[in-house]
Design a protein around this ligand. Structure first.
Ligand code: SF4
Length: 446
C-alpha cells in the first residue's frame, strides 16, 4: 500500500446483514484508492457502521462512535442507527456525517468531502469479487432488503422499509464472482428470505443462458449450479419453503434451515403478528425430515413477551420437546424504542423473564446435546475455518459460521488441512455445542 494514499479506518457492528454493507463500502473505498487501516492512529478518518436493532446494540453503536471520535476525531456514521440522526447528534454532535443503511452513495460522498480520493493506477488490481471481512472461503449473499411483515417487536421495517429484492441474475452473478474469488460457502441472507421476489412479481431473468424466476426455489437452483455450499438464513415459516427441501435431499443445497419461529403459543404469536398455526409448523417439520432426514433446523425464540402466561411458556417448552430442533437461540423480551409491542399490556417482570429464559435454554441444551451425541460414530463432511495448533477448526453442514457449533479436528494440522479445505471427519465425541473428530484412521498413530 502506498504511504500517500488517504487512509480510512472502519468499525463494523451488528448483524451479518450489516457486515455485507460494510464489505460493499470497503470494496468501493478500496476501488477508489483509499487504504483501509486497522487502527485509529493510522486513519485519516473512521467510518462506523452501526446497528440499531435493540437497545443494547444502540448503546454499543453510540459507544463505538464515541471511541472513534476520542481516538481519531473524524467520524462518519452509517448503518441502521443512521436512521435516527437526532439520537446520534445528541450524544455526539461532532460526527462529520450520518447516513442510513445501504446508502453507499451517501457514505462515499461524505468520505469524498472529508478526504478526497487520489488516483492510483495500481488500484485496478483490486479483484472483481471485492474485499471481504469474512474469511475468504465463506461469504454472505444479501438477496433483498427490508420486510413486508410488521412483527410487533421489530422496528426493521420502519428503519429499512418494505421488501426490495435484488433481481435473480444480479444475485447469481455476484455469487459467481464470489466463487471465482475462492468462496466455498454462500450464506443467503435477507430480512425475510422466503418472501424473495414477491415485490418483483417473481420476474424472470437470464443467467448462463437459462431463465430463472426471481423466487427462492429458482435462486437456489441457480446457486446449486456453482458447486459450493449454499446455506439459507432467515427463512420465514411459509408453506412454499417446502419447495426447497427436495433440493436439500438431493444434495444441491445444504440441508439446513434457519427459520426464526419466535414462539409456539398461538395467542402470543398473534400478539407478535406472526403466523400462528403451530400444529401446522410441527407437521411441516415432520414432513421436511421425512423428505430430508439429515435436515438441521436452527431457530430463535423470544421468551417473556408481554402477556406471556406461565401456561403459554409451558406450551413453548412442550413445543421444543416435540420439534427437536438442532440449534436454538433465545432472548428474554426487551422493548425496542418505537416497536408496537411496547404498547401491549401485562409486561412480564424481569426476574420471571430471566427464569424462563434459563429454563428454556436448559431444556434446549439437553435436546441439542442429544442430537449432537447421535452423530458420534458418523462421518461428517466439514469445511475448515482455521488451524489452531494441532487442531483444525471446522464446521459441518449443520453449522453456520458465528452462530452454531464447530467440529474440532484433533489431527487437522498433522493431516495438512488448511482454511477453506473440505474434508470428511469421523466424529469421536460431542458436547452441548461442538463435535470432536479425526480425519485420519483412529487406530493409526500413537
Ligand atoms: S419478519 Fe418480522 S422480525 Fe423479521 S424483519 Fe420482518 S418485521 Fe422484523
Amino acid at each position: 500500500m502506498s504511504a500517500s494514499q488517504p487512509k480510512v479506518g472502519f468499525v463494523s457492528l451488528g448483524c451479518p446483514k450489516a457486515l455485507v454493507d460494510s464489505e460493499r463500502i470497503l470494496t468501493q473505498l478500496r476501488v477508489e484508492g483509499y487504504d483501509i487501516v486497522p487502527s485509529y492512529d493510522a486513519a485519516d478518518l473512521v467510518v462506523v457502521n452501526t446497528c440499531g436493532f435493540i437497545e443494547s446494540a444502540v448503546a454499543e453503536s453510540l459507544e463505538a462512535i464515541g471511541e472513534a471520535l476520542a481516538e481519531n476525531g473524524k467520524v462518519i456514521v452509517t448503518g441502521c442507527l443512521g436512521k435516527r440522526p437526532e439520537q446520534i447528534r445528541e450524544a455526539h454532535p461532532d460526527v462529520l456525517a450520518i447516513t442510513g443503511p445501504q446508502d453507499y452513495a451517501s457514505v462515499m460522498a461524505a468520505v469524498h468531502q472529508a478526504l478526497p480520493p487520489k488516483h492510483d493506477p495500481f488500484l485496478d488490481l483490486v479483484p472483481d469479487y471485492g474485499l471481504k471481512l469474512t474469511p475468504r472461503h465463506y461469504a454472505y449473499l444479501k438477496i433483498s432488503e427490508g420486510c413486508n411483515h410488521r412483527c410487533s417487536f421489530c422496528i426493521i421495517p420502519s428503519m429499512r422499509g418494505d421488501l426490495v429484492s435484488r433481481p435473480v441474475d444480479e444475485v447469481l452473478r455476484e455469487a459467481e464472482r464470489l466463487v471465482r474469488g475462492g468462496v466455498r460457502e454462500l450464506l443467503v441472507i435477507s430480512q425475510d428470505t422466503s418472501a424473495y421476489g414477491v415485490d418483483l412479481k417473481y420476474s424472470e431473468r437470464s443467467w448462463r443462458e437459462r431463465r430463472y424466476q426471481t423466487r427462492l426455489k429458482a435462486l437456489c437452483e441457480g446457486l446449486a449450479e456453482l458447486g459450493v455450499w449454499v446455506r439459507l438464513h432467515y427463512v420465514y415459516p411459509y408453506p412454499h419453503v417446502d419447495e426447497v427441501i427436495p433440493l436439500m435431499a438431493e444434495g444441491r443445497l445444504l440441508p439446513y434451515l434457519d427459520i426464526p419461529l419466535q414462539h409456539a403459543s398461538p395467542r402470543i404469536l398473534k400478539l407478535m403478528k406472526r403466523p400462528g398455526a403451530v400444529d401446522r409448523t410441527l407437521e411441516r417439520i415432520r414432513r421436511w425430515r421425512e423428505i430430508c432426514p439429515e435436515l438441521t433446523i436452527r431457530s430463535t425464540f423470544i421468551v417473556g413477551f408481554p402477556g406471556e402466561t406461565g401456561q403459554e411458556f409451558e406450551e413453548l417448552l412442550a413445543f421444543l420437546g416435540e420439534a427437536q430442533l438442532d440449534r436454538v437461540g433465545a432472548f428474554a423480551y426487551s422493548p425496542v424504542e418505537g416497536a408496537a409491542a411496547n404498547a401491549l399490556p401485562d409486561p412480564v417482570p424481569e426476574q420471571v423473564k430471566q427464569e424462563r429464559l434459563a429454563r428454556f435454554m436448559a431444556r434446549q441444551a439437553e435436546i441439542s446435546a442429544a442430537r449432537l451425541e447421535a452423530k458420534v460414530g458418523s462421518v461428517q463432511r466439514c469445511l475448515v475455518d482455521a488451524i489452531d495448533g494441532e487442531l483444525a477448526i471446522a464446521r459441518s453442514m449443520a453449522d453456520a459460521p458465528e452462530i452454531d457449533g464447530l467440529v474440532q479436528i484433533q489431527d487437522g494440522a498433522a493431516a495438512g488441512l488448511k482454511p477453506g479445505d473440505f474434508c470428511d471427519v469421523r466424529i469421536m465425541g460431542s458436547d452441548e455445542h461442538d463435535l470432536f473428530g479425526l480425519v485420519g484412521d483412529p487406530d493409526d498413530g500413537d
